[in-house]
Structures are given as structure tokens and as C-alpha cells.
Design a protein around this ligand. Structure first.
Ligand SMILES: *Cc1c(COP(=O)(O)O)cnc(C)c1O
Length: 229
């Protein structure tokens, strides 16, 4: 745990250097620290050392941890598969952004739950760019149509797109998938008036490639908190 601070310092310095190299030094990159499996004490340490946004991928775990956080938190992000029977619990945590909406069915269930509370919720559409069967996300071919359909749900605001690259130690293998997602991101954003702003891609092993391909939100777990069991 004592390494969390130095991990964050190192990561932030690397992000700055990378942005400078890419001529994007004036841009703000949204850094989401993914704290899944790590104790709330680790989250507090990260929040004391410059992290403002955290991500969790299981509602049950988030329900245990998020209310125990004792440091100021700007945003809790939900980044995992969302089961419809967990929607109300998730909403009780007031997520800043839900990264993993990938069907009209899920969007509608979320919209209905929000309607009862009179709230709107910012979401991302998760796209399965790699086509792996075990991955969540709408197929690349159907992504634009899904975005259009979800625009009809008044309680949801689609703020952008999310994808996961391949779990391969070589980050270059994910470049083409990140590039693919950027093409629809730019296309949808060109006609947007509602704040379609976030391109969430890149994890500990491949965030540099994701930044090169235009990501402006990266989700970093092990490079901040250490390896998971
Ligand atoms: C776990 C996870 C991450 C972070 O993974 P690391 O490789 O530890 O950085 C990012 N995004 C999602 C959706 C995750 O589930």
C-alpha cells in the first residue's frame, strides 16, 4: 500500500510526458483509478494523493466500499457488467458515470429506475471492438444504432464510448481496436449537442497506445494499486 503514492506520481508524470509528446499537453485526461479487489484503505490513500475518480466493476463490492470512503471523491465510476437486479443498488451510490451500457434492454431498465427517482444518469456505451465472445459490449456494427435508440431515453445521457482492448502483454495488438472505436466516436460527436465527450479506453498495460489513438479517459487498476490476487 505504501507504493500507491509513488505509483500515482509516476503514472501522472508518464501521462504528462505522453501528452506532451502527442502535442496534447493542454488536454485534460480523465484518470479513473480502478480499485476493484483492493480495500477501502487503499482507495483513501489514492484519494489523498491526487486521485479524484475511482472505478469498481461489481455492484456488491461497490456497495461495501464506496460508503466507507473517508476522503473527498469527485466521481464513482461503474465499469463492470450491470445486472438488472442490481440497478437500484447501483443508483443508490450516485455513480458519476456508468461505462458499461450495451443494450436497449439494459438502458430501458436503467431509464425506468431513474424515472422513479427523477434523476438523469450519465452513461457510456460499451463497444465490443475485439469481437471476443466473453466480452461485454455491443458489436461494433450495431453501436451507432444503439446510441441513436438510447438517445430516446430522457433519463439517460450518453456521454461517450468505452471499450477494452485485448488482454495481451503486447499493447500494440489493441491499437486497431482503439482506432476503430475512435472512428465512431468522432462521427457521433460531430452531430452531438449533448456532451458526447468521453472516450474511455486504455488500462494499465495499454493506456499509452489508447492515448495515441485518442482516448481521453483511462481506467487504471494494477499500475496504481498493485497486482490483484
Ligand atoms: C479491471 C479493469 C480495469 C483496470 O485494469 P488494470 O489492468 O488493472 O489497469 C479497467 N477497465 C475495466 C473494465 C476493468 O474491469
Amino acid at each position: 500500500m505504501q507504493n500507491i503514492q509513488s505509483n500515482i506520481d509516476k503514472l501522472k508524470a508518464e501521462i504528462s510526458a505522453e501528452l506532451k509528446r502527442l502535442g496534447r499537453e493542454n488536454e485534460e485526461i480523465n484518470l479513473v483509478a480502478v480499485s476493484k479487489t483492493h480495500p477501502v484503505e487503499a482507495v483513501d490513500i489514492a484519494l489523498q494523493h491526487g486521485i479524484k475518480h475511482i472505478g469498481e466493476n461489481r455492484v456488491q463490492e461497490a456497495m461495501r466500499k464506496v460508503p466507507m470512503i473517508s476522503q473527498p471523491l469527485e466521481g464513482f465510476h461503474f465499469i463492470g457488467r450491470l445486472q438488472t437486479n442490481k440497478i437500484n443498488q447501483l443508483l443508490s451510490l450516485k455513480p458519476f458515470l456508468i461505462h458499461s451500457i450495451d443494450s436497449v434492454y439494459l438502458a430501458e431498465r436503467l431509464h425506468r429506475a431513474l424515472g422513479r427517482t427523477n434523476r438523469t444518469q450519465d452513461i457510456l456505451i460499451q463497444v465490443n471492438t475485439t469481437g471476443e465472445v466473453q466480452k461485454n459490449g455491443v458489436d461494433f456494427e450495431n453501436a451507432e444504432e444503439l446510441i441513436k435508440k438510447i438517445a430516446d431515453f430522457s433519463c439517460l445521457r450518453v456521454r461517450g464510448l468505452m471499450t477494452m482492448g485485448l488482454f495481451d502483454p503486447d499493447p500494440e495488438v489493441s491499437r486497431k481496436y482503439f482506432r476503430k472505436l475512435k472512428t465512431i466516436f468522432d462521427k457521433v460527436r460531430a452531430d452531438d449537442t449533448q456532451g458526447f465527450d468521453y472516450l474511455s479506453m486504455g488500462m494499465s498495460h495499454d493506456w499509452k497506445v489508447a492515448l495515441e489513438e485518442g482516448a481521453n479517459m483511462i481506467r487504471i487498476g494494477s499500475a496504481i494499486f498493485g497486482a490483484r490476487d
